[in-house]
Design a protein around this ligand. Structure first.
Ligand SMILES: CC(=O)SCCNC(=O)CCNC(=O)[C@H](O)C(C)(C)COP(=O)(O)OP(=O)(O)OC[C@H]1O[C@@H](n2cnc3c(N)ncnc32)[C@H](O)[C@@H]1OP(=O)(O)O
Ligand SMILES: CC(C)C(=O)C(=O)O
Length: 511
């Protein structure tokens, strides 16, 4: 297993002296805070499907929802709690009896109760004194404990709360019976150093500490890890980093960092991370950005020639871990930045082994030129280019060569094409009109070569989507008692058509 803590001198030195836990508990809140992502609303069945898969993934706790918020939410949490999953099922409740009763009714293992403690929330939102807040928290915790249910307590907006008051709230919560206290960085204002300081301070008086980091400044994962360095035993996370505003700490990022950098275990089966990410992406309809760490489509994709060359020689040159460890796969992408090593490897992968130097040079040129036009070059594009290049009659054997082509088309002109062909070293110029530019171009060629060779069939296909897609033209020509089918691929359909026809003519004449 890759373990940066052991293998990387710098990380090893930096972590020296820290008392890291062997194991961190993963509290997944995709179905609660994750569902608070604006625009996301999951049905009962969808929540159940995600819960089952989170359980398979191996998270320790699933926060299934906030039962007081709607009857659908209540139904979903109740259903999930009835599934007998390995994971502990948790429900959220304000420090309000009605919320707690609703959560108890769902039959959950743990209730996560919260109340805000920061001056802003006290003054403007709750309109409560410090004492009232402590009292509400204590009452809520005691009430839940009376029902024999585990309690997790959060001081909402903890990271903008006076530290002495925060410590007092948490100590009172523990005295009231809270099994674990959670420290929410509700609007993501923490930096890793400050998180480390805060958790270290709280750890002096409290054992079981959890963190809930938001990503408003993109620091949710870094802050979660800093909390673990300071002794937190549990991290709140969401799949794909979903959640309010900038989201929460991403499950896949926290877990892989813990496993592969710190060497801290969780119960999560990392090979399932990509699958759960895709499931959540599908059901929430929130697209995962391609450059998203761990689960993004580009997380293990390489286009740059230098990187692809390195990866082909030894994958770890440009990958921190093998993609299989998180259920991903390596992809070598061809495009503008591609080098010859990557193209060679791609051709081999696609089964092309007999390509000569001249053809290879042409294939590289065509792939790069497609990339230059801003296109991502797919395997199908490569196949079409290769087939086109290797299928051609060689320059030496050609009887007919295209010297020039011009087409004109529009809504107020008749589509017209003029071509200049070199036939047996004679330059023949013709022009023709047609129903469109392709028809005109093909008719102009036909005129130049005479009636002895005829186009029997013509077919065009876009290889990939988009107006700039590579188009593949397949034509069947008949002449001198022979029938030849040939193809050509270009982004320009007129050029593809003309090249396919001329190649066919050459094949008939060569034969
Ligand atoms: C940081 C977080 O992520 S917290 C979770 C946020 N998630 C959600 O809010 C999603 C689900 N929420 C809902 O469906 C609704 O907001 C409900 C059902 C919870 C409450 O709805 P309503 O009763 O209509 O109140 P509304 O949402 O407008 O206002 C919140 C009320 O809760 C109070 N409140 C907020 N947090 C707490 C708390 N932790 N403990 C006690 N009371 C609280 C507010 O002071 C306000 O009270 P008021 O109505 O007396 O002024
Ligand atoms: C309920 C709490 C933990 C929360 O979601 C937050 O503060 O962000």
């Amino acid at each position: 297993m890759i373990l940066y803590k052991e293998e990387n001198e710098i990380i090893k030195e930096a972590l020296k002296g820290l008392k890291l836990p062997d194991r961190v508990y993963i509290f997944d809140t995709t179905l609660r805070d994750g569902e608070q992502t604006p625009g996301v609303s999951l049905t009962v069945d969808e929540k159940v499907e995600i819960a089952i898969n989170l359980d398979k993934l191996g998270v320790d706790i699933i926060e299934a929802g906030f039962p007081i918020s709607s009857s659908g939410e209540y139904e979903a949490v109740k259903k999930i709690a009835s599934l007998n999953l390995d994971a502990e099922i948790c429900a959220l409740a304000r420090a309000v009896k009605e919320d707690i009763d609703r959560a108890i009714d769902c039959g959950v293992d743990r209730i996560h109760t919260f109340i805000a403690t920061s001056p802003l929330h006290r003054k403007y939102k709750l309109k409560m004194s410090k004492e009232e807040i402590v009292e509400k928290a204590v009452n809520a915790i005691e009430y839940i404990k009376e029902h024999g249910i585990k309690v997790e307590f959060s001081a909402e907006d903890a990271t903008r709360t006076e530290i002495d008051y925060l410590k007092e709230v948490y100590k009172k919560a523990v005295e009231a019976g809270a099994d674990i206290i959670n420290v929410p960085d509700t609007v993501g204002v923490m930096i890793p150093r400050a998180t480390y300081y805060l958790i270290s301070e709280l750890r002096k008086e409290i054992d079981n500490i959890s963190v809930h980091c938001h990503n408003d400044f993109g620091l949710a994962v870094a802050n979660s890890l800093a909390a673990v360095e300071a002794g937190a035993i549990q991290c709140h996370v969401t799949v794909n980093g979903l959640g309010e505003r900038g989201g929460n700490a991403a499950l896949e990022e926290v877990v892989t960092s813990l496993h592969f950098i710190y060497g801290i275990k969780t119960k999560v089966k990392t090979e399932e991370l990509y699958n759960i990410s895709k499931l959540v992406e599908k059901l929430t309809e929130v697209k995962v950005q391609p450059n998203k760490a761990v689960v993004g489509d580009n997380a293990f994709a390489h286009e740059s020639g230098i990187h692809a060359h390195g990866v082909l020689a030894h994958a770890l040159t440009y990958e921190p871990i093998p993609p299989e460890l998180v259920g991903q796969r390596r992809r070598i992408i061809l495009g503008k930045h591609t080098g010859t090593h990557a193209i060679e490897a791609k051709l081999k992968e696609l089964g092309y082994t007999n390509i000569n130097k001249e053809q290879f040079k042409e294939i590289v040129k065509r792939i790069k030129s497609l990339g230059d036009k801003g296109k991502r070059v797919t395997d199908k594009d490569v196949e079409a280019i290769v087939e086109d290049v290797i299928g051609r009659v060689s320059k030496r054997e050609r009887v007919v060569d295209l010297e020039q082509i011009a087409v004109m088309t529009g809504n107020k002109v008749i589509p017209t094409a003029s071509v200049a062909l070199k036939i047996n070293d004679n330059l023949i110029k013709t022009s023709a009109i047609g129903v469109g530019p392709v028809d005109a171009a093909v008719k102009a060629i036909q005129k130049a070569i005479g009636e002895k060779i005829k186009i029997k069939e013509y077919h065009i296909d876009a290889i990939t989507g988009g107006t700039d897609a590579l188009a593949e033209v397949v034509v069947t020509l008949e002449g001198y008692g022979k029938e030849i089918t040939t193809k050509a691929a270009r982004e320009d359909i007129v050029r593809a058509s003309v090249e396919a026809v001329i190649d066919g003519i050459n094949k008939i004449l060569k034969k």
